[in-house]
Structures are given as C-alpha cells and as structure tokens.
Design a protein around this ligand. Structure first.
Ligand code: SF4
Length: 325
C-alpha cells in the first residue's frame, strides 16, 4: 500500500537564537530552541506536540509555517520544500498554513471590529469580490465557529475569552487553509471553556479534513483530539507515537513523568508513578549525553551522561529517544 504524502514534513530542523553575551571578546552564547527535529503531519490528522514551557514547541510550530527561518534543516509543504522559497514564492503557501495563537486577548486588534478583522484576512488573499459577498462569507465563518452573524459589528473587548478564541479560529479558517498550528489554543482560557474550544477544533478537523499541529503543555489536553503525539524536551522530540501508545504504554521516562504529574485522575498513573525532580536545564547550557539525564530516575552513569540517544523505533508507529526504553 502506498503511504499518503505528509502535508507537512520537518527534516533535521534546527533553530538557534543568539543568547546573552559571554563577555568581552567571547561572543554570544547559543540558545538551541529546536535541535534536529524530524517529523511528519499527515493529511487530515491532528498531531499533538507536548512538553514543558521553553522546550521549543512554539518555535517548532513557527518554523513549520516559516514564520521563523531555520538555522538548518528543511520544511516541506505537500511535497514542496518551502525553506528556500522567496517571500513572493511563499505567498500561495501562506494561505494554506495558518496559526491560532495562545492568547486571544492580545492576538486581536482592539480597534478593529470582528468584520474588519476577518475582512482583512479575506482581502489579503483576494478571496471575495463585492461587499455583500464579503459580509456573507464573514457571517458563515462566525456561524461555523459558534458565534452569531451580528457579532461582526462588535469589538474584541465585548467578547469573553472563549468567544475571542472563536474569532481567532474564524480568522484562521477565513482563507481555507489545509494546515493549522494551534499554539496552546486553550492555555489562557478557563477550564470550563477549554473543552468547548478543543471540541470545536476537533469538529472542524473532521468536517473540513484539516491537519493540525496541536501544541499544549499538558498531555491530557491533546489526548482526545490527537491521532499521534510527539513529546519534546529541550528542543528535541523524545517520544513520538499514536495516542493509544503514548497514554497506555509511554516508554520514555519523561513522558511517564508528564503523565504522572497530570492533575486528572489517570487509571494508569499509579503503576508508573514517577516524580520529576529539579528544573529543566537551561537551553543555553544543556547537559551532555541525554538532555534528560540530570532529572531521570533511571539514568545510567557512563551511558546516559555521555551518549545522545537517537530517536529509534521500538514498535510499529512508536519511536523513543532513550537508551533504556
Ligand atoms: Fe533516562 Fe538514560 Fe533514557 Fe535519558 S537515555 S531518558 S537519562 S534512561
């Protein structure tokens, strides 16, 4: 059987930022935010991307959309390498790749009505002709995300956090994308509202056949929407598997610890309870060998503190970067 082509593919993707000065004549430290990530997002799938704050998830999301330029590595969209395209050659791809931001409070212009916000997205890609056609499109978009057409005349401050996130989703949908990076889309919302937004994204994914990279710091947020999940630690993917494999049989000690720490009652947690100690090391000065070794309860001296574990297949569809998994 021929495997479908990924809608998005990252190949050995790296992104370094200039860190603080190391002192006179010693240049600047290097902050490796994304450190050699290879992964695919398949057509019509939601890939969950999970890890603690500062592990490089958002940077990876922006690299896939070419909102950041990679330090090295490649990104492909539907088979075309986009890493080397000029801004004008990239334009048709921009429409196909959208982002939903974490903070619905700051991602909308407070001086623009909802209509003006959505019209701006439609006009940027010449997707509507007359003003009545534009109004119809905007009304349909608002209905699609659970708002009412009359909401188009209001300003962002007249909405709740959940409603503002729905406007952000409508703005992403306006240009009929095929791939959306949802960057912690529910982290800034009340717990009671989070499930509504997750369900809306799940419905849209199924109805429109969209592909999502769903970024979250809590594994349970992505559990019911993701077909597969990638777990990141200090810029590297340490485990990548189907949702079933991740939640039933996590193989990497970091994934096991994330699941143990989850506040939700988890029937599997007791038998694998692992408490993470210490803080995430600084990406300016990552430890040698396995980046997780200073916090890993089963680290082996002489191995884990020396050798970098490669991401390797442990069963069909399940990859782990751990010497002992
Ligand atoms: Fe722990 Fe070693 Fe596996 Fe890293 S490679 S997760 S330190 S056991």
């Amino acid at each position: 059987m021929i495997e479908p082509r990924p809608i998005v593919r990252a190949e050995s993707l790296r992104k370094s930022f200039r860190g603080p000065s190391k002192g006179f004549r010693r240049g600047h430290a290097e902050l490796r935010a994304v450190d050699g990530v290879t992964l695919d997002v398949m057509p019509g799938e939601t890939l969950g991307l999970v890890g603690e704050s500062g592990c490089g998830k958002s940077t990876l999301g922006r690299l896939l959309l070419r909102l950041y330029e990679p330090t090295s590595g490649r990104v492909y969209f539907d088979g075309t390498e986009i890493t080397t395209l000029s801004q004008s050659a990239l334009r048709p791809f921009r429409r196909k790749m959208q982002i939903i931001f974490q903070d619905p409070y700051s991602s909308l212009n407070p001086r623009m009505t909802v209509r003006a916000t959505l019209a701006e997205a439609l006009r940027a890609h010449s997707l509507v002709g007359s003003s009545s056609e534009e109004e119809e499109r905007i009304a349909a978009l608002l209905r699609r995300v659970g708002l009412r057409p009359e909401h188009m005349r209001r300003y962002p401050h007249e909405f709740s956090g959940g409603q503002r996130q729905r406007i952000g989703i409508a703005r992403a949908l306006a240009v009929s994308p095929s791939f959306i990076v949802a960057d912690e889309p529910v982290s800034a919302l009340d717990v009671s509202i989070q499930a509504q937004i997750v369900n809306l994204l799940s419905d849209l994914q199924q109805e429109l056949g969209l592909s999502f990279l769903f970024i979250a710091h809590d594994l349970h947020v992505v559990e019911h929407v993701s077909r597969r999940v990638a777990v990141m630690y200090l810029g590297r993917v340490v485990e990548l598997a189907t949702s079933e494999q991740i939640y039933e049989n996590p193989r990497h000690p970091y994934t096991q610890a994330l699941l143990s720490a989850a506040p939700e009652p988890d029937p599997h947690a007791e038998k694998r309870r692992l408490i993470l100690e210490g803080d995430v090391p600084s990406p300016l000065d990552p430890p040698p060998g396995c980046f997780f070794h200073p916090r890993c309860p089963i680290a082996e001296k002489g191995l884990c503190d020396r050798e970098v574990p490669a991401l390797r297949r442990v069963e069909s569809g399940h990859e782990v970067a751990c010497h002992l998994a």
